[in-house]
Design a protein around this ligand. Structure first.
Ligand SMILES: Nc1ncnc2c1ncn2[C@@H]1O[C@H](COP(=O)(O)OP(=O)(O)O)[C@@H](O)[C@H]1O
Ligand SMILES: [Mg+2]
Length: 221
């Protein structure tokens, strides 16, 4: 079962936002999808509560229960898993990277955030899984920052994902309403960036394009 881990030692880098958006893409593609929230703050789970009957499914679990939670989800028919992790959570991040097929590391392109990437890089390299940095909340006209950041990350042995997310109000506005960017602003730039990322993730995981799109409600799934 394709499993994506979202890790970064820095809080506020966009882990939960990314996890929820990817999982919702999979749910719209008709896949039975589960977000496993291993952050004690449980922000993904709170979003699930606000979202109510709408997919994807969110479950919480402590990092030591990750493997068994994934197995239970699989037995229940889950076809795609996204793991959200806490900041400063070495054990949680390591466990998530260990069980994942693909690791995504969102970061803002700012000095202090990049400094925190060294710890994340060590942790992810240890797991030996394909791992990519997603540059998040990138300001407009930031070509130079992007180049410098990508070079810095290369030196840490972390490739940068070809898709980036800009600094877009649609991300936090939609999350606060238990939605994703494509639901709040279907024609917006945030929605287009998420769709591009989802195409890229599917390709990385060797997943076929869906034949038929699914509904968005749990009661209709
Ligand atoms: N690309 C973006 N543009 C604007 N705001 C963003 C973006 N990504 C995340 N945010 C906002 O930044 C805050 C932190 O994001 P969050 O996903 O909770 O980070 P983390 O889970 O890493 O702590 C949230 O308010 C979220 O809505
Ligand atoms: Mg979070």
């Amino acid at each position: 079962m394709p499993t994506v881990a979202i890790v970064s030692q820095k809080g506020g880098s966009g882990k939960t936002t990314l996890a929820l958006h990817l999982a919702t893409c999979a749910a719209y593609d008709g896949m039975q999808t589960c977000v496993i929230d291993t952050d004690p703050q449980a922000s993904a789970a709170a979003w699930g509560d606000w979202r109510g009957d709408f997919l994807p499914e969110i479950v919480t679990c402590p990092p030591v229960r990750l493997q068994s939670t994934i197995q239970r989800a699989m037995r229940g028919g889950t076809e795609f898993v996204v793991i959200d992790t806490p900041p400063h959570g070495d054990i949680a991040s390591r466990e998530a990277a260990r069980v994942a097929d693909l690791v995504l590391i969102p970061t803002r392109a700012r000095a202090l955030d990049l400094h925190a990437m060294e710890a994340t890089a060590q942790l992810v390299t240890y797991a030996g899984k394909p791992a990519f940095v997603l540059l998040n909340a990138v300001p407009a006209r930031a070509t130079r920052i992007i180049e410098e950041t990508s070079e810095f990350l290369d030196k840490l042995g972390l490739p940068t994902c070809p898709v980036r997310f800009g600094e877009r109000a649609a991300f936090h506005r939609s999350s606060a309403a238990g939605e994703v960017a494509s639901e709040a602003e279907p024609e917006g730039k945030a929605a287009a960036e998420v769709a591009a990322l989802w195409d890229w993730v599917r390709e990385q995981l060797g997943m076929a394009k869906p034949k038929k799109k699914g509904g968005r409600k749990k009661s209709e799934a």
